[in-house]
Each structure stands twice: as C-alpha cells, then as structure tokens.
Ligand binder design. Structure first.
Ligand code: GLN
Length: 565
C-alpha cells in the first residue's frame, strides 16, 4: 500500500517535470549554447532548479577524441566524461557541476541500443530507430532530471533544423510533447541576417526554418531572434504572424559585447514570464540570483586596469576564432578573475614555433604582464614553449602553466637549473636519461596494448596543499576555516616522475600540491623569494572557474600580473 502511494507520488512528481527543448534555425554558431545557459539562469532566478542537457548529434561516443582547434574545447566533467564546450557554458552560467547523464551524443545512444540488442535486451523484436532509439533518448533525458531532482530540464539539441543528423532527437522531443502537452515546450534560436547591400533585417530564413520544423510535426512556442541589432516591433509582428507565435513570444537577441549580458537581455523581453505561461507554471520566488549576476556584469563594464597576457602554445593553421573556442574555459577563467580584480585583460596568442626558428624573438614576451601556457599534446612547438618559460622564469614575468604548461615548466627547470640537459617527457622522448615527466607504471600496460582510451587521468581528483606556499595562500585567500585539500579536474596521460621529485625539490622547485598518497605531483611553484609568481598545475583549474566564483589560482595570477604592471 505504502509502496503504491509512493509510486503514485513519484509518478505525479515526474508528470510535473517541465522540459524545454532548444533548437537552432537558419545556421549554426548563433549562440544556442549561450541562449540555453541564459534561459537556465533566468529560471534559476525565479526559484527553479534547472537541469541543462546537451545533445550532440555526432557519432562519437564522447568528445575526447576530437581535435579542439576544429571542434572547440573538450570540456571535462567531475566524473571524467569528456564533453562539448557548451557543457562548460552551462556550468559557468548556472554555477553547477553537471553529471555525465546531462550529456549525450548519437554515438552514445546508438551504442547503448546496439549493445542492448546484442544482449537480447529487446527480446527478439525488430530494433528500429523509432521507437527504440527515440525511447532511449527520452529515457536518458528523464533519468537526468530524476537524479538531480530538478524542476525544469533545458535540452539543447545540437545542429540546425534541416540537418539529417538531429532528426531522431527532435522526433523524441515531439513524442514527449504529444504525451505531455502542458509540460514540454520548444524554443527556436534563429538568425535574422542584415545583408550589407540591403541594410535591412530579413525574416524569411527564420520563417523557412520554422516551416521546416513544422514539417517534423513541431511548432516552436518561442523564437529567440538573434541578429546584429535589436528587433523592432514591426519585425516582431511579422515573425509572429508568419511563424504562428504570439508577438510577445518573439524575443530580441541582438549581438552584445559580453555573453554574460544575455540573461539580462532576455529578461528585458520578459522571457521568463513567456516560459511560465507556455509551461503552465507560476514563478516560485525571486531569489536575487540575477542581482548578483548584475553586479558581476557591472564589474566587467567598469573594470579600470588594463592587462596584457600572452598565451603561448603551438598555434597554426587556425584563425583567432577557432583558438578562442579551443581554449574557451581558459579565456573565461581569466576574464572572471580579471573582472573581480577590477581589470580587463587582453589575451594575445603567441605561436611558440616562431621561437624555435628565431630564439631571440622570445624577448618580445617582455611587453606582457603575464604568460600562460595552456594544456596540449604532442611535440609540435614544445621547444619554443620551453624557451618562453625559461625567459619568463629568468625575467620574473608572472607565469601560469596549465597541465602541459606545468609539465614543460618542470622540464625547463630540470634542464636549465638542475643542468639535466636532456630532461624530457616520455610523451616525446621516452629514452632520455632524465624522463622527468613519465607515464605511471599501471598506465604503461594499457599504452603498450594500444588501449589509449584507458590511459588518461580524467575528471576530479583530490590534492593536498602544502602550507605556506603560493597555492595554499591562493586557495585560502577568502576562506575560513582554511582548506588544505582541494578537488580539481584532470585530463592527461603523463605525470611528474616520482623518482625525480626529491632532487627537483632540493634544486628549489616546490611541489605545493600532491595527491593524498603523495605519489602524484599536482602543483609546482617557485618560492616568492625567487620569482613573483611561477606556478603550474597538473590539473585544469579553468574547468572550475565560475563568473561569481572565479578560480583562486587564476585570481592569484591576475593579481601578480597587476602587481608587476
Ligand atoms: N600531453 C600531456 C599529457 O598527456 C598534457 C595534457 C594536457 O595538457 N591536457 O600528460
């Protein structure tokens, strides 16, 4: 009896769960991820617990194997799942750690269905795209909502309307809507071009995108109209009539200076009330969430100091646009710490390969207030990076090394301070007499068997901080009681070789953070008496930087850059 009523209560609750599907019209790259994040933000500010979900239509089972300069950053969750960069936007806007269930690709879904079929999970039935694949999609969406107890799921369907690849996801959403008409809505993020020759904003491509969506049996409830300029009333009315949505459901989303203005812009067009109406809901509470956000946005606009930071790495054959995508979390982490330190930072991308051709050129780094070497893989440009690190170490320019940036700093130190001229990483020269960055024995076997997927250290791992170090101070800057154990996200295969740790420390480099068992080095730094700020992390602190909670190590770095200035 008790079980039945519990089940009933559960079913009742599940029924009330709301789903917002965000789809893209006209073209890609118009900010669906930011729109999804911003919808989440304004709903949070109305007292709801939201759950963003990213659906990627490609066949990769995760994003781990993708080249970031082509596809954007690989964003790593606490769990270690390698995902799309949009997951990073969601985490930053919504200040939450996402679960692996909040991400799915076609590959993941198909693999599950095919594995189930092989295991007789479908009990001898035909296994078909509809309903088996669509059911699996819905199961995942519902499961994600259940485990985090959210009120509203916001599901971003990757790709654009008209793509062949995302059709099954739209079909799954359509079926969910048919079954729960009150609880499901569709938002189309579209684009209104202003052709230079005409100078006039055109609505037709959006009309066509809506028609295409209609042909799948789906009618959007809201149109977020991205464009260069705000939408005027006349165009809103035109879109409303041609796309069959109420005029107040056409939301103007002009280009803006900062993506963090988007939630505030959406609220200017009252998007949260429109959503409440569409989903038959009432606002829970105004909880001041957007007040904090506004403060942050103001900080950005008012930042007085100007900082110039160089990001040194192996950049080639990619425009700035792609670089910004490949290192998205690093860029955002720098922004957050800068704004809170009353600074605006200009980042310059420096191709380390140029230093390999012309080592003297490295002195150009003098003009920067600080240098970052971000994560990376492989041999290209590495000697140039090491030259850059040597230069900033000797010239006392603040340095922050992220993952590869820490490993290469250790190599530079071993070569030029300890005199181990051939010091290297096993990733490049496993036969060097001084392999100071090495693969751990337990991982070696996997690598020998060609099992590359199993050789990465992925996701959140704890580290213990050494008191009295720059890292310890940074993490404890505003915290009471103090913390000596932190948790940060990883994505790498190699580690500082434990065999050399003692000698390296004797030489003057401090490992200020290490795994609780003391075997894996997590942070390396030079003492302040030697250098104002020279610090590298084996983990990726950028994955945990948030607008309202900037990452302490990035903040300490920015403060050091300001001081140098
Ligand atoms: N290539 C290095 C490793 O695999 C660093 C990886 C990174 O920077 N994410 O250990």
């Amino acid at each position: 009896m008790e079980k039945i009523s519990r089940d009933k209560a559960k079913a009742g609750k599940a029924k009330q769960h709301k789903y917002i599907f965000v789809v893209g019209g006209v073209m890609s790259g118009v900010g669906k991820g930011i729109a999804t994040s911003s919808i989440g933000k304004i709903l949070q500010s109305k007292g709801f617990k939201v759950n963003p979900i990213k659906v990627d239509p490609y066949l990769n089972v995760d994003a781990g194997t993708m080249n970031p300069t082509e596809h954007g950053e690989v964003f790593v969750l606490d769990s270690g799942l390698e995902t799309d960069q949009d997951m990073g936007n969601y985490e930053r806007f919504l200040e939450m750690d996402l679960n692996p269930d909040d991400y799915m690709t076609s590959g993941m879904v198909y693999k599950h269905v095919i594995d189930k079929e092989r295991n007789l999970g479908y009990k001898g039935k035909f296994v078909e795209a509809i309903p088996h694949v669509t059911d699996e999609i819905t199961r995942r969406i519902k499961h994600a909502a259940e485990i985090n107890g959210s009120d509203i799921s916001i599901i971003e369907i990757g790709g654009t309307i008209g793509d062949y690849q995302n059709i099954l996801f739209i079909e799954a959403a359509r079926i969910l809507k048919i079954k729960n008409p009150q609880n499901v809505m569709f938002i189309m993020v579209s684009y209104l071009p202003v052709p230079g020759t005409l100078g006039e904003m055109k609505t037709r491509p959006t009309q066509n995108a809506v028609r295409q969506l209609n042909s799948y049996g789906v009618q959007p409830d809201v149109i977020i109209a991205r464009s260069e300029a705000p939408l005027d009333q006349k165009r809103k009315e035109k879109l409303a009539i041609w796309c069959s949505v109420p005029v107040e459901n056409v939301i103007s989303a002009p280009d803006i200076i900062s993506i963090y203005d988007v939630p505030l812009n959406f609220e200017r067009d009252k998007l949260s009330s429109v959503i409440m109406k569409s989903l038959h809901m009432r606002t829970k509470a105004h909880n001041g969430e957007l007040d904090e956000w506004k403060k942050f946005v103001k900080k950005r606009a008012k930042a007085k100091h100007k900082l110039e930071i160089a990001v040194v790495g192996k950049y080639f054959d990619t425009g700035d646009f792609m670089l910004a995508d490949a290192y998205l979390s690093v860029i955002e982490a720098i922004k957050f710490s800068s704004y809170w330190s009353n600074a605006n930072t200009k980042l310059t991308w420096v191709n380390s390969k140029e230093y390999e051709v012309n080592p003297k050129k490295v002195s150009e780094l003098r003009k920067f207030d600080g240098i970052i070497v971000p994560g990376g893989f492989g041999e290209t440009g590495v000697e140039g990076v090491i030259l850059a690190i040597e230069y900033v170490r000797k010239n006392k320019i603040p340095y922050l090394g992220l993952c590869y940036g820490m490993q290469l700093a250790v190599i530079e130190f071993c070569r030029n301070v300890l005199g181990w001229k051939s010091a290297h990483t096993a990733e490049i020269n496993p036969h060097s007499p001084h392999v100071v960055i090495d693969i751990m024995p337990e991982q070696k076997k996997n690598l020998e068997n060609g099992n590359y997927g199993a050789t990465m250290r992925l996701g959140a791992y704890p580290a213990v901080l050494k008191e009295g170090t720059i890292a310890y101070e940074a993490y404890n800057h505003l915290l009471t009681p103090s913390v000596s154990k932190i948790s940060e996200r990883h994505r790498h295969r190699y580690e500082v070789n434990p065999e050399h740790v003692e000698e390296i420390e004797k030489g003057g480099l401090i490992f200020s953070g290490a795994s609780p068992d003391g075997r894996l080095m997590e942070i390396a730094e030079l003492p302040r008496s030697v250098h104002p700020f020279f610090l590298g992390t084996q983990f990726h602190p950028e994955f945990k930087a948030r607008p309202l909670h900037p990452h302490p190590l990035f903040t300490a770095f920015v403060e050091a850059c300001l001081k140098k200035k």
